[in-house]
Design a binder for this molecule. Structure first.
Ligand code: CA
Length: 220
């Protein structure tokens, strides 16, 4: 089991990241300032640190410099504002493994977390199958039977979350936060629009509407 430390002072983002990681089987802890981030990350009790740059008491760059200075080798993924990506890239020389710009979709963060943790783990499932639909996660290609289906990035991400939770009702909110990220307007109908696109490509019967709640991928 992987333990992930989240250092983020914005409660909304911390909770978005924490909920998503827990739903994917990770054990998490959240800290809201740089001093606590340094203290906990240096205990050796965590496998990965998600580190916001703009933290109170001690900013993310300082935390990272101190950790590397103390020979703490924990993998670090930096969270940064989109308009300060260039500062962040400079900061990566301070020993971060990767960074992600806010706002981000949860799937984007999850992919990076998995990548960082992969090195010493057993290989992950790379093809998801539900009935005759299969998604190759490495090539990002989708197939219905033997027929290749051309999906956009969002459509693929949406298909992927359905295939990871077959026969389970997924709410619009869950789908929004997984595929579009926390900054998306919850009143938006983008989920319904993309479900429609997806149905057109992989077959209308495959995704069932659960009235008032969301959608479910049928298992034939
Ligand atoms: Ca912050």
């Amino acid at each position: 089991m992987n333990r992930i430390l989240i250092a983020e002072d914005e409660a909304r983002i911390a909770s978005f990241v924490e909920k998503g990681l827990r739903a994917n089987g990770f054990v998490t802890a959240v800290v809201g300032d740089g001093m606590a981030a340094y203290d906990l990350a240096s205990t050796g009790g965590f496998d990965l640190l998600i580190l916001d740059i703009g933290l109170p008491l001690s900013d993310g760059f300082t935390v990272l410099r101190r950790l590397r200075g103390a020979m703490v080798t924990i993998p670090v993924i930096i969270l940064t504002a989109r308009d300060s990506v260039s500062d962040t890239v400079a900061g990566l020389e301070g020993g971060a493994d990767d960074y992600i710009a806010k706002p981000f979709a949860f799937e984007e963060l999850l992919a990076r977390v998995r990548l960082r943790l992969r090195a010493d783990r057993t290989p992950e499932v790379t093809v998801l199958r539900v009935s005759d639909l299969s998604l190759d996660l490495r090539t990002r290609r989708a197939y219905v039977g033997d027929r290749a289906v051309d999906l956009s990035t969002r459509e693929f991400a949406l298909a992927e979350i359905f295939c990871r939770h077959p026969d389970q009702v997924l709410t619009r909110e869950q789908l929004l936060s997984h595929v579009w990220g926390f900054d998306f307007d919850p009143g938006s109908n983008v989920v319904d629009v993309y479900v429609r696109y997806l149905r057109r490509k992989i077959g209308a019967d495959r995704i069932e509407t659960v009235r008032g709640t969301g959608y479910r991928m049928r298992v034939a």
